[in-house]
Design a protein around this ligand. Structure first.
Ligand SMILES: [Zn+2]
Length: 146
C-alpha cells in the first residue's frame, strides 16, 4: 500500500489511543492489516525499484509530511498522533533492503520481510486507488470526529 494511507490511518489510531506504547503497537499492526486490503502501487513482486518507484515514493513522502503539517495547523497533531503516523509506515522501511539485499541477510527483518511480502494483496489501478482513498476517508472521519 502507498505511504499516505498508512500514515493517515496511523494518525487516526493515535488520535483515539492515549497510550504511546499501545499506539506504536497498533500502528505497526495496522500496517500489516492494511496491506491485506487489495491496493495498487506502481511495483509488485519481486519489487524491482525503478525511476517510477523513486518518483512515487518521493511524492508519497511529501504528501505524508504535508498531511502532518495539515494536522498540526488544525491542532490535531499530538505525540500519539505523530507516533501512530510514523510507526504505521515502519514496516515499509524494509523497502531499503530492495536496494541493499546484503543488509537483509544479517537483520531481524530477514524474518519479517518474507511475511510482509506474502501479506500483499494487489489490485488494478482503479480499484487499488479507490480502496486506499476509502482508508484515508475513514481515517479522516475518525481524526476529525465527523
Ligand atoms: Zn507494507
Amino acid at each position: 500500500m502507498l505511504i499516505v494511507p498508512h500514515v493517515v490511518f496511523g494518525a487516526a489510531i493515535g488520535s483515539k489511543i492515549h497510550s504511546p506504547i499501545l499506539t506504536i503497537f497498533l500502528a505497526v499492526a495496522s500496517h500489516y492489516l492494511l496491506d491485506r486490503i487489495p491496493h495498487w502501487q506502481e511495483t509488485t513482486e519481486p519489487y524491482i525499484l525503478t525511476a517510477r518507484t523513486y518518483i512515487r515514493c518521493s511524492i508519497d513522502l511529501i504528501l505524508s509530511i504535508g498531511f502532518l503539517f495539515f494536522l498540526s495547523r488544525q491542532g490535531k497533531l499530538d505525540l500519539n498522533v505523530f507516533l501512530g503516523a510514523i510507526f504505521a509506515i515502519i514496516p515499509d522501511v524494509e523497502g531499503i533492503f530492495q536496494v541493499r539485499k546484503d543488509l537483509l541477510k544479517n537483520s531481524i527483518l530477514s524474518m519479517t520481510f518474507p511475511f510482509h511480502m506474502r501479506l500483499q494483496r494487489h489490485a488494478g489501478f482503479l480499484l487499488g486507488v479507490f480502496t486506499q482513498l476509502v482508508v484515508i476517508f475513514i481515517s479522516l472521519l475518525i481524526i476529525f470526529e465527523i
